[in-house]
Design a protein. Structure first.
Length: 255
């Protein structure tokens, strides 16, 4: 296997006729944890969708877990996704099924035939995320943080080489967000690579890792400012200024 779990060279990502990202080049090493930041609409989700085959790669060279995305055919997309774990902001759990049946449905859909092996694997991943006692619970009986842990457990079922996490803390309160981040870093510490899209700069400051930014249809490396302990605030301020340029706030003199 290549030393790079992801490799993009001069990639253009489009939705229909609209170019979302252009001339994208970066690599992600085996075992790395990398953040992907940027304002809403700058291409974070589109980049992740390209990596798991939801958007076709038509320009440039791109590989993920040794799969050539330019050559990826529809019938091979399930094979690619079996090597990936995907975590969404909105959990995407089946509301009418217990935790056990949610995870069992995923295993059956990805080719696990043995009921005993499925049952054993479900227990293993629930223990890994600290929710072995929630096996029979329905999603609505769980907190938001617990639902996201179940979503992470689902992502771990096929022992993926890479987890793609799209705003996994976006619907969570700060304390729960930290707990989810600690879990993701624990998983990464065991060797699983993670690419996480986020706009939560507080979490980035508490759990610093390499960071890529989507802006102006490019993906650029955010350089570390070793001499500036408040660099994350500088990034946040820059984004706020950009937002205010496009959405000015007016104050009345007597307010």
């Amino acid at each position: 296997m290549s030393e790079h779990i992801i490799s993009f060279e001069n990639v253009t990502i489009s939705q229909g006729k609209k170019i979302v990202l252009h001339d994208v080049s970066f690599t992600l090493d085996q075992g790395a944890f990398v953040y992907l930041i940027g304002r809403t609409g700058t291409g974070k989700s589109s980049l992740l969708k390209t990596l798991y085959g939801d958007i076709k790669l038509k320009e440039g060279a791109g590989t993920v877990v040794d799969c050539d995305l330019r050559k990826l055919r529809d019938r091979r997309i399930p094979d690619l996704r079996r090597q990936l774990g995907i975590v969404f902001q909105d959990f995407q759990l089946l509301s009418d099924r217990s935790v056990e049946r949610n995870l069992d449905f995923f295993l059956r859909a990805t080719g696990w035939k043995s009921a005993n092996k499925r049952s054993d694997r479900i227990v293993e991943v629930l223990e890994a995320v600290g929710l072995a006692d929630k096996l029979k619970f329905l999603p609505h009986q769980l907190s938001g943080g617990e639902q996201q842990r179940i979503a992470i457990a689902r992502a771990l079922l096929n022992e993926p080489k890479l987890i793609l996490a799209d705003e996994p803390t976006g619907n969570l309160d700060p304390i729960t967000s930290e707990e989810v981040m600690e879990l993701l870093h624990e998983i990464n510490g065991k060797g699983t690579s993670i690419l996480m899209a986020t706009h939560d700069f507080e979490l980035i400051s508490k759990f610093p890792k390499r960071t890529l930014m989507c802006e102006d249809k490019k993906v650029v490396e955010v350089k570390k400012k070793n001499q500036d302990p408040h660099h994350h605030l500088t990034l946040k301020l820059k984004q706020l200024i950009t937002h205010l340029k496009h959405h000015p706030v007016y104050f009345h003199p007597n307010s």
